[in-house]
Write a new protein. Structure first.
Length: 232
């Protein structure tokens, strides 16, 4: 019995070490990519510059941009596959299996037209991917990390966090993609304010463009935490 327990322990330990090494390699790949992405304006007007994002899109056409929240670990490419919405849930940038996955945008969203761009990422226990979103539950953290940059071929877009909410995976906010009528938008914003963890000085108005970052939150069944930011 002792021998069997020892063998089981050894197998589990090897499995955990293997997965840790694989996850670390996947994260290093993202870290290396991040070094090629800039949020600064550039004097280089060449067609292929675009703050480094064009090179990534050339490597994988599913890549539509890069999300960066300064001062956090959130610094990742954003993928989108309209015909297979959750393709990157457990795949890396190179389309290989990865427990980390790669952040991906809601398949209904169009970065050129829609008013609410929703990006999903895992809440990893070791702090990778979108785990830092959980820190936004504290108002002090929000105040220090309220700017989000979304880099696309269209340029660098800056968003300012307006609210943080605990919701469920079927919340009405997930249904808001395109511009709606003023009354519907007003009702939706009232709903979001009711769900907000705290009040901020930022307001949301009809016609604003939003970026919503979403990850799992385990204080309720099918819980999600969403950080909603408004384009400046």
């Amino acid at each position: 019995m002792i021998t069997i327990c020892f063998i089981i322990f050894a197998v589990v330990l090897c499995y955990l070490i293997y997965n840790f090494n694989v996850d670390s390699q996947d994260q290093k790949q993202f870290d290396d990519m991040a070094q090629t992405i800039s949020i600064e304006d550039t004097d280089d007007d060449t067609e292929n510059n675009n703050n480094g994002i064009t090179d990534l899109i050339n490597r994988n056409s599913d890549c539509i941009g890069w999300i960066r929240v300064s001062g956090t670990k959130i610094d990742y490419p954003v993928m989108q596959t309209k015909d297979n919405p959750q393709y990157y849930l457990r795949r890396d940038f190179n389309k290989q299996y990865s427990y980390l996955g790669t952040p991906f945008m809601d398949s209904r969203c169009d970065i050129n037209y829609d008013n609410n761009l929703i990006v999903y990422g895992h809440n990893m226990k070791d702090g990778k991917m979108f785990a830092d979103l959980l820190k936004y539950r504290e108002h002090s953290y929000f105040k220090e990390h309220n700017l989000i940059h979304f880099i696309t071929p269209n340029g660098v877009q800056e968003y300012e966090v307006v609210t943080v909410c605990k919701v469920k995976n079927d919340d009405d906010w997930y249904g808001y993609i395109s511009q709606t009528d003023k009354e519907s938008f007003s009702n939706l914003i009232s709903h979001i304010k009711d769900k907000s963890l705290y009040q901020t000085e930022e307001s949301a108005e009809y016609g604003d463009h939003f970026l919503t970052l979403s990850t799992c939150e385990y204080s309720q069944t099918n819980g999600r935490l969403i950080v909603i930011a408004k384009r400046r």
